[in-house]
Write a protein that binds this ligand. Sequence first.
Ligand SMILES: Cc1cc2nc3c(=O)[nH]c(=O)nc-3n(C[C@H](O)[C@H](O)[C@H](O)COP(=O)(O)OP(=O)(O)OC[C@H]3O[C@@H](n4cnc5c(N)ncnc54)[C@H](O)[C@@H]3O)c2cc1C
Length: 311
Amino acid sequence: MTVTTHSLPMILAEVEVVRVQRLSPTFVRVELGSPALADFGVDGHLYDQRIKLVFPGESGRVPSFEGADESWYTSWLDIPAEERGHMRTYTVRDVVGEGTDTRLVVDLVLHLDDGATGPGSRWAAAARPGDRLVVVAPRRGEFFGGIEFVPGGAQRLLLVADETAVPAVAAILEQLPAGARGTAFLEVPVTEDVLDLDAPVGMEVVWLPRDGAPLGEQLHAAVVAHLGAPPDRPEVADDEIDPNVWETPTFSSSGEGIDDADTPHGDLYAWIAGESGVVTGLRRHLVRDLGIDRGQVAFMGYWRRGVAMRS
Ligand SMILES: Cc1cc2nc3c(=O)[nH]c(=O)nc-3n(C[C@H](O)[C@H](O)[C@H](O)COP(=O)(O)OP(=O)(O)OC[C@H]3O[C@@H](n4cnc5c(N)ncnc54)[C@H](O)[C@@H]3O)c2cc1C
């Protein structure tokens, strides 16, 4: 049964998997359909638009949001864990079809690196057409938020991602104006995860397959070399890493302010997302060693090694 709740300013609907495609060892692409998605939309480009997916819990049943009102989230948290399912954050990689045949395309990462897995990765590994889950997504004409890519008038772009943020960078690259200039550094688990992406000619795309190297090592080195910083990777102790690190020009998870100082990279806008420890290390290097103002950079922890990203 498709459940949609028009009293809410967002889409909160049960959707069905209509297509599954294994893009590579790490990426599984799913197309999610529901007549409720006819109302999907944002004002402008989607870029890195985030959505929530609610995967079925241990009972195997999809939680019902029938009759949900603005207290839907707290009401959902009141449901017993095995019935409630698991909410996780993903990116709209693409939108295909239209009207009641609108489908959201989502690329989900399978966690192969260190054997750690979670409900999202597990669900993706077994996804089949006909599977059902719940999506929380923007409704056309209503404010939803969740787009962090805001380059303003920057002349030079720097996009930095591990595999969990490759879908976002891929979508951003496709939607950039033809004259955009800059570099995207994309670290993925293995060489076979290198995907064909559409990008403006002025955007260099550099893939960095780990192929067994430590998480973030190549990404960090490539980014700091690109910016001309000293190569040493700053030590970041575990207890200094906020699993939900989120430092953008408009929001700071650590409560920092923005100063408008001129910096040596004043024409740059950088968008950096991935594992929170890697993102924190890059942040230290860029902000401390290069003096880049945080008003020019979005640093976003998309996941944290060893931590389940409960919503
Ligand atoms: C704004 C935003 C957009 C995102 N977009 C996407 C997207 O489009 N596609 C996507 O796949 N992910 C995306 N993510 C990341 C995703 O939400 C997390 O990876 C999430 O932890 C996955 O949930 P899970 O249930 O699989 O694992 P969890 O239950 O959260 O974690 C269980 C275990 O798995 C480990 N783990 C989590 N992620 C990974 C990983 N990638 N590799 C290795 N181990 C891991 C954790 O460290 C933990 O030990 C996004 C996150 C944010 C904040």
